[in-house]
Design a binder for this molecule. Structure first.
Ligand code: PEP
Length: 269
């Protein structure tokens, strides 16, 4: 439950922690995990869990009234129709989803999702009242070649082009691909540098860029979360592996709560 939101919102941006379960768990373990997470709360940061589609009903029932939001890991770029296997943003809205992840590197890689397709999905999510969490990030080879900024800006630019000033309604997750699920984390300084680049790019498109949440993702855990959240342009995390362990995920949510309450000493203005 967000109990200190007003103080943080006055200062700037309420930290957001989003769990990305990917294709993990069972119906039973999912409900058990959420019961434990619910008991660990309330949190002073915004917390959300993006689960596999078939678990949405259970997740909604488990989290209703907890202050913890839920969402999905992808949506179609189309309105409902003849698209076998796809799930429409309007359907996710029916299940009370607040967020939907789009453009995760696993979808860009395994499903050949292009920058334009990701942008179309973000637009579709917004059209149905969902907040898209748009993932961007570079491969190890791109970083080693010195093209990190160019790659991330290209990915972001497609979304800015599709959404115009409405881009301020999205959440961005900077996820260096080499840090996802590898145990390697970008240093807080590396992550902050990219977040600053992204915020500057967004500022050229929207006067509200300063209010947007930019999350970091890539092996965030209980031990490294606080230092990441202390960076001026890092407003929370997209969490994969650690979101499947209640104790770890709760610890990350608590670190975000401390950031929300200003105890990291950073200024978000
Ligand atoms: C992710 O899948 O978005 C992610 C960041 O995974 P992990 O935290 O496991 O690196």
């Amino acid at each position: 439950m967000v109990t200190h939101a007003s103080a943080q919102m006055t200062a700037g941006r309420l930290p957001l922690v989003v769990g990305n379960w990917k294709m993990n768990g069972t119906r039973v373990t999912s409900v058990e995990l959420l019961a434990a997470l619910r008991s660990a709360g309330p949190f002073d940061a915004e917390v959300s869990v993006c689960c596999p589609f078939p678990y949405l009903v259970d997740v909604a029932l488990s989290l209703q009234g907890s202050g913890i939001a839920w969402g999905a890991q992808d949506c179609s770029q189309h309105e409902p129709g003849a698209y076998t296997g796809e799930v429409a943003a309007s359907m996710l809205a029916e299940f009370g989803c607040r967020h939907v992840i789009v453009g995760h590197s696993e979808r860009r890689t395994h499903h050949a999702e292009s920058d334009t397709l990701v942008a179309d999905k973000a637009r579709q999510a917004l059209a149905h009242g969902l907040t898209p969490i748009v993932c961007v990030g570079e491969t190890r080879a791109e970083r080693d070649a010195g093209s990190t900024e160019a790659v991330v800006k290209r990915q972001m630019s497609a979304v800015i082009h599709a959404l115009g000033h409405c881009v301020s309604q999205i959440v961005v997750a900077y996820e260096p691909i080499w840090a996802i699920g590898t145990g390697l984390t970008a240093t807080p300084q590396q992550a902050q540098a990219l977040h600053a680049v992204l915020r500057a790019q967004l500022a050229a498109a929207s006067t509200r860029a300063g209010e947007m949440r930019l999350l970091y993702g890539g092996s965030v855990n209980a031990a490294n979360a606080a230092e990441l959240f202390a960076q001026v342009d890092i407003d929370g995390a997209l969490v994969g592996g650690a979101s499947l362990k209640e104790a770890d995920f709760s610890a990350i949510c608590r670190a975000a709560s401390h950031a929300a309450l200003g105890s990291t000493g950073k200024s978000r203005t």
